[in-house]
Ligand binder design. Structure first.
Ligand SMILES: Cc1ncc(COP(=O)(O)OP(=O)(O)O)c(N)n1
Ligand code: 3NM
Ligand code: MG
Length: 491
């Protein structure tokens, strides 16, 4: 894989070498390669010339902008970025001006803020992620959160694509003890992301916000093609740790703030339909081969080959149309003493006593998680990257599915395939969970997937489109459940 290229640009007399060094260290630590314009205040002509020199550097995937000290530099940079973005539309621009707070940036035009007004008019419409500190304090978390959202929405209306108010201090309760939380709030046209880190665990790196490490980390992760939600999580984890490396310790990762939690209630998050937490554990952490099929006939065929974990996934039918299939599926699951998960139809799964339910994260808005939990059904949750994994972890499902690893023909996916390197990262991070890898897993790929340590490999077409499905199941069982296959052979 080629190294991600990140440029950093700043123009300020006071910007010291330590800040530039912090950018370089961060980019290197997270696996990128950096090119820098970071010089004491230059004349306009010199600044433009420095930027022109950058164009001889390898093409940037992300540009991190730090302090830009004068209105003329802002205008020069805006022209430069506009032209560069036209040539390279995939480019992401991350801007962390450091000395400007969220409320100052969001304030209506005023005579004494010529620099801020120029930034708003010229630079923000080209910026993909704007990172600002929220300096307003206050003990009322809901009010602070609401003011933060309002300020962010004002800036979104100026044309910036996404805004992150970083490390807002909020007092919350954990295990009945008051604790100080650092909250990152990110909003763009599509989503609102809330991440919390206990302030007590913030490292000197986290607290040293004036160096702009957050934006360098974010730019470096985005340059490696991680989506913004995952990049925010990794950047915050990097700030929360002391190591100069890709974060791997879950204690350093932020928590995703959800409704129906102490902090969620405190911030006034709208309670989603019966979101519940802490589901019944599976009887094993290694669910083995996990065929996902769409008919009862297929369920029976895979059960006859010795499969012990499986899913009935029927799409786009009414509950009345699938009820008989679900009853028959549950009966088969019992007959073969297998773990039968029902996809989507959680109410029918409860009514007819399936082993478990599989849901996607959007289902949180519709499914009655409390009813699934109370009925004692296991819950499997789909995830597609760091952010969704951490969100699932807040819910503590019975297993976490990691998708889609490779391109799949079974389903249109809004996200990109994760690939093996990311799967390995997720498997290492979440090794205490039963993990299920899914998406485009052929027999040839299953060996590589299993080698990451995930305890289960879920497949559709590797079985349903195999020339010889019995042989395919035997091969996949040997890869995903080598010990049980050996045990059977020895019986
Ligand atoms: C094991 C497993 N992993 C992921 C999925 C996908 O579930 P979801 O995101 O809800 O999408 P649909 O399957 O409903 O299209 C799954 N079914 N099983
Ligand atoms: C149903 C499903 N969910 C996915 C996810 O990533 O959430 S991938 C997928 C389809 C898996 O089919 P195949 O093995 O044929 O690629
Ligand atoms: Mg679903």
């Amino acid at each position: 894989m080629t190294q991600a290229i990140i440029w950093t640009i700043a123009s300020l007399a006071a910007r010291d070498n330590a800040a530039t060094q912090a950018d370089i260290n961060t980019i290197n630590a997270l696996g990128g390669s950096g090119y820098h314009v970071s010089t004491p205040l230059l004349s306009d002509a010199d600044f433009a010339a420095e930027l022109a020199i950058l164009t001889a550097a390898p093409v940037a995937s992300a540009i991190k902008i730090g302090v830009i000290a004068t209105t003329s530099h802002v205008a020069i940079l805006a022209d430069f970025l506009q032209a560069y973005k036209q040539l390279h539309p995939e480019l992401s621009v991350i801007y962390e001006p450091l000395s400007i707070s969220l409320s100052d940036m969001a304030k209506a035009e005023s005579a004494d803020s010529v620099l801020i007004n120029t930034i708003k008019i010229r630079l923000l419409p080209i910026v993909d992620v704007l990172i600002l500190p929220q300096e307003q304090g206050g003990s009322d978390a809901a009010k602070l959160f609401s003011a933060t959202k309002q300020a962010i929405n004002t800036l979104l209306s100026v044309g910036v694509k996404g805004v992150c108010a970083k490390a807002i201090t909020v007092n919350s309760y954990h295990d009945d003890k008051q604790q100080s939380i650092a909250l990152d709030v990110y909003i763009d046209g599509q989503r609102e992301i809330l991440l919390s880190s206990p302030s007590a665990t913030l490292t000197p790196r986290s607290k040293d916000e004036h160096k702009g490490i957050f934006s360098s980390a974010l730019a470096t992760v985005i340059a490696q093609d991680y989506p913004i939600d995952d990049a925010l999580v990794v950047a915050r984890a990097y700030l929360n740790q002391t190591a100069d490396a890709w974060p791997t310790d879950r204690r350093d990762f932020p928590e995703v703030v959800l409704p129906n939690t102490v902090l969620g209630d405190q911030l006034g998050l709208a309670p989603q339909m019966q979101l519940a937490y802490d589901f019944a554990p599976c009887d094993t952490n290694r669910l083995g081969l996990y065929p996902v099929v769409d008919t009862v006939a297929w369920l029976e065929k895979v059960l006859q080959q010795g499969v012990k974990t499986l899913q009935l996934r029927i799409k786009d039918k009414t509950p009345a149309e699938v009820v008989d299939d679900i009853k028959a599926a549950v009966a088969l699951g019992r007959q073969y003493q297998a773990r039968l998960f029902i996809n989507d139809y959680w109410q029918l799964a409860i009514d007819h006593g399936a082993y478990g339910v599989h849901l996607g994260q959007e289902d949180m808005l519709f499914a009655d998680f409390e009813a699934i939990k109370t009925a004692g059904l296991k819950l499997g949750l789909s995830t597609h990257g760091y952010y969704e994994i951490l969100r699932a972890h807040q819910i503590k499902p019975s297993y976490i599915a990691l998708g889609h690893i490779y391109p799949t023909v079974t389903k249109d996916m809004p996200s990109k395939p994760q690939g093996l390197q990311r799967l390995q990262r997720y498997a290492d991070l979440m090794q205490d969970y039963p993990l299920v890898a899914i998406g485009g897993i052929s027999i040839a790929r299953a060996r590589l997937v299993a080698a990451t340590g995930v305890g289960s490999v879920a497949v559709v077409t590797a079985i349903t489109r195999a020339d010889d499905y019995k042989q395919a199941i035997a091969d996949l069982l040997a890869i995903a459940e080598p010990h049980s296959v050996l045990a059977c052979a020895n019986d």
